[in-house]
Design a protein. Structure first.
Length: 278
């Protein structure tokens, strides 16, 4: 298996770093699936992650100037496990780089080698900085576990308000309860509420858009609600840097789960939270 990619544009390096750093906020470890046209960060083990799943897709042609991959079979795919924070820290040193090369290498063990060309003082030359990010390759027999995420039969879909506003509401509410109820209606109203032994607090967002529906959305119900862990929901709204030029969608399976999307032109992030039984 072989993989090598190069970036020459500082803006692309910065965007890649922001995306990987956002993934690192969601999970300490995950799978990285490389295909001919995409990079995907996947956390799909709902047992060890308290029911959470994550899927982040990057369109490689929007980031990389060179991108070559040779997989084990006709799919041209490579799957590995890594710590996204290690990769984010390596890319953090590349904001002023003239080039960045990422390749799959085997030194003492398998790793993603990140080679960064940095201009020297005065700009007369450049020096090379290398970071080796440890990875463990996933055997071919287990690749079927890393397919595209399934779409549940949702009861409600609505665009979220600006995440900065939602973050402020949730940060105040988490002092009152560990759980938050999200309720949405097809008239464009989103209600965020918490309840404790002493008080019930609700915040309303009105005139929100609802995405175009398809056969997977149950529009017979006037709305839907679900109660989730407020701290885990805060993780989603704290995706620093990824919120620029993006839209966030909230899908609700009534009483069962919350499915959140953060969508940019070339990056798609999906975050799944199960309901909490009170």
């Amino acid at each position: 298996m072989k993989f090598k990619a190069k970036l020459f544009d500082c803006h692309s390096v910065t965007r890649l770093h922001i995306t990987v750093a956002a993934v690192a906020k969601y999970c300490k470890s995950c799978a990285l699936k490389l295909t001919e046209d995409k990079m995907e960060f996947i956390l799909n083990d709902r047992v060890v992650s308290s029911g959470i799943s994550l899927w982040c897709e990057i369109t490689q042609s929007s980031f990389f100037d060179e991108y070559r991959i040779e997989g084990k079979d006709d799919t041209g795919m490579i799957v590995m496990n890594l710590c996204p924070d290690n990769l984010a820290k390596a890319l953090a040193n590349a904001t002023n780089a003239t080039s960045v090369k990422i390749k799959l290498a085997r030194k003492q063990a398998a790793c993603l080698s990140v080679e960064i060309a940095v201009p020297t003082t005065g700009g007369a030359g450049q020096r090379m900085v290398a970071h080796d990010v440890p990875v463990s390759l996933v055997p071919l027999a287990h690749w079927g576990e890393f397919g595209d995420p399934s779409m549940p039969d949702i009861n409600m879909s609505i665009y979220l308000p600006p995440l900065r506003r939602l973050k402020g509401v949730l940060e105040r509410m988490r002092n009152l309860s560990n759980h938050v109820t999200i309720k949405a209606t097809w008239s464009g109203e989103l209600t965020v509420s918490v309840r404790s032994d002493l008080v019930t607090t609700k915040t309303y967002f009105n005139d929100l858009e609802t995405p175009e529906t398809d056969e997977m959305v149950d529009t017979t119900r006037p709305g839907a609600d679900v109660t989730v862990d407020i701290r885990k929901l805060l993780v989603f709204v704290q995706a620093q840097g990824m919120t620029a030029n993006s839209r966030s969608i909230c899908n609700i399976v009534h009483g069962r789960s919350l499915q959140l999307f953060l969508i940019q032109d070339d990056v798609k992030l999906q975050y799944y939270l199960p309901a909490i039984d009170l």
